[in-house]
Design a protein around this ligand. Structure first.
Ligand code: C2O
Length: 602
């Protein structure tokens, strides 16, 4: 009796209708260019259709149909299974033109903390031979998965691109279709922790070794300050090799203050350990020291501010923390910058207008996930966050529920893909994710930074007859801007407070690398030498290039913790002279003068 209905014309029409709705919801709204529905999805669909052969099942089916119509009338309901940030739903590319992460009808489950933290992430430069081989094998197997598989290497790279090149959108009460980004705000650290965690899980499954953990590129330790040879080896189709890296820097000493005082000739990592070499190492150590300690005080300064990518002047813009802005950004640009790259189009990131951006992989946010080095780089960024919150007692981050409850849906499971909804509060302790880092108890090398004064300090800056520039102004490479006599708040910082220097309403072109340094009480003629190993340095504004988001220009802000620098170089002064040192040739406009205020360090 079942098959009678099953073969009737009515049923076939019904099934066709069903398929149509299925495609509307899982197909049409999204790009099919890179990710046609997977075999798995087709399979689910036909199984569903085949089993619709009883009255009971048809009743369910009818409900499905009603639900589908309901979703058509109220499209916002379809977002219910997606990411939530600031209590807003994110949706990947409503226009349907961009390569979004693969679609899936796989069930969504809530993340459950792992039972034991028995996996130890180790520095790449100390891996055993067999561990190195395992890492290569895991990535090779990931690269061998078809692009349509959500845990293929191609799909993993596309996930990063979608989340940083503005493919994700959200609607506000006032503005529709706003671009979303996982960089430049307090989303940066937890989102990337989650992203590489699922990458690591997939690698583990691919080599069938439950103890496998993602190795980190320890560029903060002198022995790790070079692209690890494991990633440079071209033999046997090494899966960790990527040809799209800056060839000039392959075996050179990394520069964590890259773009600022760029060395005319990069230093050989294996070259003589002369003064030039040790100064460069010290600059690297101090960059990490500043991002972790001096300028990394308090959650906002270290992790970044509340996300807001709205381009209106009456709202608070988001800011990156030192964790993102300093060594992390330098490593991207140092590894990937090659202005005259002539890579073929297939390795280029797709811009919003459909054109290609052909920088080397790591030098551009949209393409950086295509370099396997990215994941070991981010494991180190993650480790420095871990060290900040544990050994350095930076704390758990923010207590704001908008941060704690932000949630993202990630693919999990190579053999049986499912989707996992995970919240920021789930990942604040890495043990919940089953891993920890090797040697966290060792003394971190950055504590050996040798910090000195760039210039002698007498009575502190007083403005003394210097002319203040007028804002807005446009920064020009090579022209230092001095803002004399910036007032310190009259009241001393209260308990749990410190002083921050804020430069708001910075306008820049996001497709270029942009950077300026900020220092206090440095005479204009010495300002070009400002760098993290000097006590006068208070931080920088720096971004990794990404796609043009809405409108071409982007607006940003920096908040820099300056308490230590004030104590070192300003004595009891009531004002300081601020110098802004442009480091890149692209136009950066500053609409507002820097201000200094007391703020809670949470
Ligand atoms: Cu999402 Cu290092 O970038």
């Amino acid at each position: 009796p079942d098959s009678r209905f099953g073969r009737s014309l009515g049923w076939r029409a019904y099934a066709t209708l069903l398929r149509t709705f299925h495609y509307i919801y899982y197909g049409l709204g999204h790009s099919q260019k890179l990710y046609p529905p997977t075999q798995l999805e087709y399979h689910h669909l036909s199984v569903a259709v085949d089993t619709m052969n009883s009255w009971m099942a048809n009743a369910c089916c009818l409900l499905w149909l009603v639900a589908a119509i309901g979703l058509t009338l109220y499209p916002s309901l379809t977002f219910a299974a997606t990411d939530m940030v600031n209590y807003k739903h994110l949706n990947c590319d409503p226009s349907g033109k961009l390569p979004c992460p693969p679609l899936s009808t796989a069930p969504i489950v809530d993340f459950k903390p792992e039972r034991s933290a028995n996996r130890v992430r180790q520095p790449v430069h100390r891996l055993s031979r067999s561990y190195q081989e395992k890492y290569k094998l895991a990535v090779a197997r990931m690269k061998a998965l078809p692009a349509s598989h959500p845990l293929s290497f191609t799909a993993q790279a596309a996930i990063h691109q979608a989340y940083c090149d503005g493919y994700y959108r959200y609607d506000d009460a006032t503005a529709k279709n706003q671009t979303f980004d996982v960089h430049f705000s307090w989303i940066f650290a937890p989102w990337h922790r989650i992203y590489i965690y699922f990458y690591e899980r997939a690698l583990r499954e691919l080599v069938g070794d439950d103890t496998f953990a993602l190795p980190y590129w320890s560029w903060d330790a002198p022995e790790g300050m070079v692209i690890p040879p494991l990633f440079r080896d071209r033999s046997n189709n090494n899966s960790l090799y990527d040809p799209y890296r800056n060839k000039a820097n392959l075996d050179k000493l990394v520069d964590l203050d890259y773009l600022s005082n760029a060395r005319p000739v990069p230093i050989d990592f294996d070259g003589p350990k002369d003064e030039n070499y040790t100064d460069a190492v010290n600059c690297n150590l101090c960059t990490v020291y500043d991002q972790q300690i001096r300028n990394g005080k308090g959650a906002v300064n270290f992790l970044g501010g509340v996300p807001n990518f709205t381009d209106t002047d009456n709202t608070d813009r988001s800011s990156s923390g030192t964790l993102e802005q300093m060594a992390h950004t330098a490593i991207h640009v140092w590894t990937g910058r090659a202005p005259n790259s002539t890579a073929d189009n297939s390795t280029c990131a797709v811009e919003h207008d459909g054109s290609y951006n052909c920088r080397n992989d790591m030098g551009f946010l949209g393409s950086s996930g295509r370099d396997p080095l990215f994941y070991s780089h981010h494991a180190n960024v993650d480790r420095l966050w871990h060290i900040w919150s544990t050994t350095l007692r930076g704390g758990n981050g923010f207590s704001n529920p908008a941060w704690l409850d932000a949630s993202f849906v990630f693919f999990d499971g190579v053999r049986h893909p499912r989707r996992v909804r995970i919240k920021f509060r789930d990942v604040l302790d890495t043990r919940n994710l089953g891993y920890t880092y090797a040697a966290v108890a060792d003394k971190p090398p950055f504590l050996s930074c040798n910090l000195t004064s760039l210039v002698p300090h007498g009575g502190g800056g007083g403005g003394g007859g210097k002319v203040a520039p007028t804002f807005p102004l446009t920064l020009k490479d090579g022209e230092v801007v001095e803002v004399p006599g910036v007032a310190l708040p009259a009241a001393p910082p209260g308990p749990g407070q410190d002083r921050v220097l804020v430069i708001d309403r910075i306008e820049y072109d996001p497709t270029e690398e942009n950077k300026f340094d900020v220092a206090i009480n440095v005479p204009i003629e010495s300002a070009a030498k400002v760098a993290p190993q000097y006590k006068e340095y208070v931080g920088c504004f720096a971004v990794v290039p990404s796609s043009v988001q809405s409108g071409g220009k982007m607006k940003g802000k920096v908040t820099l913790a300056i308490g230590d620098a004030l104590a070192d170089v300003a004595g009891n002064a009531t004002t300081v002279d601020v110098v802004i040192v442009p480091r890149t040739p692209y136009e950066i406009k500053l609409y507002q003068a820097p201000t200094i205020r007391n703020t809670n360090m949470n």
